[in-house]
Design a protein around this ligand. Structure first.
Ligand SMILES: [Zn+2]
Length: 389
């Protein structure tokens, strides 16, 4: 009887252990993989939940919970975020004491300004752009200021002022005020333990001839995109026609043009971002064709993620609206589409017209319309450059 009871207890214990192992979530992770990003919520729309932005790798964080393919991670006492499990590498249990932010250094190079923040550990962060006045804001989590020394060198040309505010006991907010109103790109990454902000300067000789323009023909290969309701044409076959028209026009203007794809190849959206980050274009333009269940939805729309790049997408839309019979669908902000998420360069997604609308579809099929669209995009780029302040 005692033996039976003992065996029973052992079985219960082993079962409990197996179940626990299956459900076990790591207590701590570090960010990992290519382009890890934090999200504000576990909410889903077609393109995923609203992103806080990309962050560097090897940043340790405490796991609070798990939901679907996400971990809920702690940023500071009162803040948390979500991260996809594919971007999280479990690490052994540890403690994450508050990190001190020490001295800063503002410096200028040939094309970039840099601001470095000394930290005695890697911490999560987020950043955003502000306009009028133009600023880059960075929030460092689990950080307290010990910053008593901010060196600012006259070689810095893009940065006007830098300062911070300890907004919570363990949250440090950093403000970088820019000289120019136009945002032209920045990057944040760890350099050892220092966090390094690199700011791209607005070119002094504003001319399309001196610019590298990246053109992205949406979809391709096995990624077909939408299809024409009447004609059955595929989005991927027509985005490339618009892209090539623009390439032709810009080359004539002596701009340097780089194409994400020139043939019918499969190219993941994440790889488009990695490609663009490597090629460092002045601007990035992505062509798509819209589609809706509502067949009356029609017209052209331009999209941005970061407010600092809105003026670029407005310039393009304004010119596109000069095209006869092309209606306005709108200028859309905070858009989740991956190729326009990077902060490194101004970008614009153009949804030229709707494949699901009869009139729009007819226009898309017309080569003259495609040339006109490309030409108006070119004029929009020129207008935008002229408006730089
Ligand atoms: Zn598309």
């Amino acid at each position: 009887m005692i033996l039976k009871r003992f065996i029973y207890l052992v079985i219960v214990f082993l079962l409990a252990k197996t179940i626990a192992a299956q459900d076990s979530i790591p207590s701590f992770i570090v960010t990992a993989g290519k382009l890890p990003q934090l999200a504000y919520s576990n909410g889903e729309d077609r393109l995923g939940s609203a992103k806080m932005g990309y962050i560097d790798t090897l940043i340790p964080m405490k796991v609070l919970d798990t939901a679907k393919n996400l971990y809920k991670v702690e940023l500071s006492s009162y803040h948390y975020a979500f991260i996809e499990k594919t971007y999280a590498q479990p690490i052994p249990d540890t403690t994450l004491p508050i990190v001190l932010c020490e001295s800063w250094r503002v410096n200028g190079g040939d094309e970039f300004d840099s601001v470095s923040f000394s930290l005695n550990g890697r911490v999560p962060y987020k950043s955003w752009m502000e306009i009028d006045p133009s600023r880059i804001k960075i929030v460092l989590y689990n950080v307290q200021s010990n910053t008593n020394w901010i060196t600012q060198l006259s070689s810095a040309k893009a940065v006007k002022n830098v300062w911070f505010e300890q907004t919570e006991n363990d949250v440090l907010q950093i403000s970088i005020e820019l000289v120019k109103q136009q945002h032209y790109g920045y990057k944040i990454a760890y350099n050892g333990r220092s966090l390094l902000l690199t700011i791209r300067r607005v070119p002094a000789n504003a001319n399309i001839k001196n610019m590298t323009i990246a053109i992205d023909a949406g979809h391709g290969g096995t990624n077909l995109g939408a299809s024409g309701t009447r004609s059955g044409i595929l989005e991927k076959d027509y985005t490339i026609l618009f892209a090539k028209e623009l390439q032709k026009i810009l080359k004539k203007q002596k701009a340097k043009v780089i194409m994400v794809r020139e043939t019918d190849t499969t190219f993941e959206n994440k790889d488009r971002v990695l490609w663009a980050q490597q090629n460092n274009p002045d601007v990035f333009i992505s062509f798509h064709l819209n589609s809706s269940g509502r067949t009356t939805a029609k017209g052209v729309s331009t999209y941005y993620k970061h407010i600092g790049y809105r003026s670029f997408t407005q310039s393009l839309l304004k010119r596109l609206l000069e095209i006869k019979n092309l209606e306005e669908f709108g200028n859309i902000g905070s858009f989740n589409f991956q190729p326009i998420q990077p902060t490194e360069y101004p970008s614009c997604l153009v949804e030229v017209a709707f494949l699901s609308n009869e009139e729009d579809e007819k226009m898309i099929l017309d080569p003259k319309f495609r040339t006109k669209v490309a030409n108006q995009v070119y004029l929009g780029i020129k207008d935008w450059i002229k408006g730089w302040k």
